[in-house]
Design a protein around this ligand. Structure first.
Ligand code: MG
Length: 366
C-alpha cells in the first residue's frame, strides 16, 4: 500500500468503527447523585455531636451496562455536609461521563485535582468507580488488591456516650461482638467504663475523639484504662496537639492511635513519634485508592493500621471492609447502627467481617 492509500484506509477505519457503534449502541453512561437519610437505632453521641440520623451522599455510576455504587458520609469535624458533597460530585459530572473508568488511577487523580476539599464526596466517586471496575473485571475488590478474605480482622462494635443505664443496655445488646469500642472524652469517662465493665469482661478499645485537653490528666486516664482491660486509646488529645501526645506516649503502655490527626497519606510521617498507629477512613482519605496508599505508608513506617468508618450504609462500610485483610484493627460497624440500610454487603459473624463474594463491592439491594 502506498502512502496515499494507507492514509485513505486509516481515515476510513474510524468511520467503520462509528457505523458498528450505531448498529449496536453502547449503554448510556450516567451518573446519579442523591442524599440518603440514614436513621440511627440509638441517638449517637460522641464528644463532637449528637444525632438521631445521618445524611450521606449516594452515587450510582453506570457505564457499558454496569452500575457501580458509591457513598460518602461527610464528617462534621472537617466542616463537610451531604449537600456540599453532592455539589462537589456534580462539579466533575462531565469529567466522569467522558472518562474511561478502566483508567481509574488517572481519573481519580484528575478528580482530586479538580475538587480541593469534600473528601466524602470524592470517596463516593472512588467507591462507585472501583465497584464498577471490579464488576467489569468480574472479581471482588479484595481480589483486585490481591487479598485473602479469610484474613479479615474482627470488628469492634461501638458504644456511643450515654447514661450508665443505657450504656449497660447497649453493652448487653452487643453480646455477639467479642471486642467493643467505647466512646469517652467527657467528664463521665470513668462512669462509662465502669458501666461497661459491670456487664462484660471483653477486651475494650477506647476513643476519646480529642476530648481530653490536659496531658497529665490524659496519662492518668490512659493508665487507669489499661488496668480496666483497654487495648488501645484513639485520639486522646486534640489533633493539633501532636507534641503533647508524644509526651503522653512516653508515659503510657497501651498503643495510641491517630484518628482526627490523620486524614490523608501526607499526614502520616509527622505522626510517627506521637502515635503507634493510624485509623484510616474512606471519608477522610477520599476513597479506597487513597486509603490503600495510607495503609501501605503507615506499614512502611512501622505503624499499626486500623480501618474505621462513619455512620453510613453498607456501600461505604463494605468498600472499607474489602481492604480490611490488610489492617491490624477494624472498626467497621457504621451500617450496623442504622435501621434503613439500602444494601446488603459485608456481614459480621461473632465480630468477624465476612466479605461478599460478588464482583466489585458485591452489594445486593436490601
Ligand atoms: Mg475515632
Amino acid at each position: 500500500m502506498n502512502r496515499r492509500k494507507f492514509l485513505t484506509a486509516s481515515a476510513a477505519a474510524p468511520a467503520l468503527a462509528g457505523m458498528e457503534a450505531l448498529a449496536a449502541p453502547a449503554a448510556k453512561t450516567t451518573l446519579t447523585t442523591s442524599i440518603q437519610r440514614l436513621n440511627l437505632q440509638h441517638t449517637w453521641t460522641t464528644t463532637m455531636s449528637s444525632s438521631a440520623f445521618r445524611d450521606t451522599l449516594q452515587v450510582a455510576y453506570a457505564h457499558g451496562g454496569i452500575t457501580g455504587h458509591g457513598e460518602g458520609a461527610p464528617i462534621v469535624r472537617y466542616h463537610e455536609d451531604a449537600v456540599a458533597a453532592r455539589k462537589a460530585v456534580e462539579s466533575v459530572r462531565e469529567l466522569l461521563l467522558a472518562a474511561d473508568p478502566m483508567q481509574f488511577g488517572k481519573l481519580m487523580a484528575e478528580v482530586f485535582r479538580k475538587v480541593p476539599g469534600d473528601w466524602a464526596g470524592k470517596a463516593a466517586i472512588d467507591i462507585a468507580v472501583m465497584d464498577w471496575v471490579g464488576q467489569k473485571l468480574g472479581i471482588p475488590l479484595y481480589s483486585y488488591f490481591g487479598l485473602d478474605p479469610k484474613d479479615t480482622p474482627l470488628t469492634t462494635f461501638s458504644i456511643g456516650i450515654d447514661t450508665p443505664e443505657i450504656t449497660k443496655q447497649k453493652t448487653a445488646e452487643a453480646a455477639d461482638f467479642p471486642i467493643l469500642k467505647v466512646k469517652v472524652g467527657l467528664a463521665t469517662d470513668e462512669a462509662t467504663i465502669e458501666a461497661v465493665r459491670s456487664v462484660t469482661k471483653k477486651p475494650l478499645r477506647v476513643d476519646a475523639n480529642e476530648g481530653w485537653k490536659d496531658k497529665e490528666e490524659a496519662v492518668r486516664k490512659i493508665n487507669w484504662l489499661e488496668k480496666m482491660g483497654v487495648e488501645f486509646i484513639e485520639q486522646p488529645m486534640p489533633a493539633e496537639m501532636i507534641e503533647e501526645t508524644r509526651w503522653i506516649r512516653s508515659r503510657v503502655h497501651i498503643p495510641i492511635i491517630a484518628d482526627e490527626a490523620c486524614q490523608r497519606a501526607s499526614d502520616i510521617p509527622k505522626l510517627k513519634e506521637a502515635f503507634d498507629g493510624v485509623n484510616v477512613k474512606l471519608d477522610k482519605s477520599g476513597g479506597i485508592l487513597e486509603a490503600y496508599r495510607m495503609i501501605q505508608i503507615a506499614k512502611a513506617l512501622g505503624m499499626k493500621t486500623m480501618l474505621g468508618c462513619m455512620v453510613s450504609s453498607s456501600v461505604s462500610v463494605t468498600a472499607a471492609a474489602h481492604l480490611s485483610p490488610l489492617v491490624d484493627f477494624a472498626d467497621l460497624d457504621g451500617n450496623l447502627l442504622i435501621s434503613n440500610d439500602p444494601f446488603h454487603g459485608v456481614l459480621v459473624k461473632q465480630g468477624k467481617l465476612i466479605l461478599p463474594k460478588g464482583a466489585g463491592l458485591g452489594l445486593t439491594p436490601a
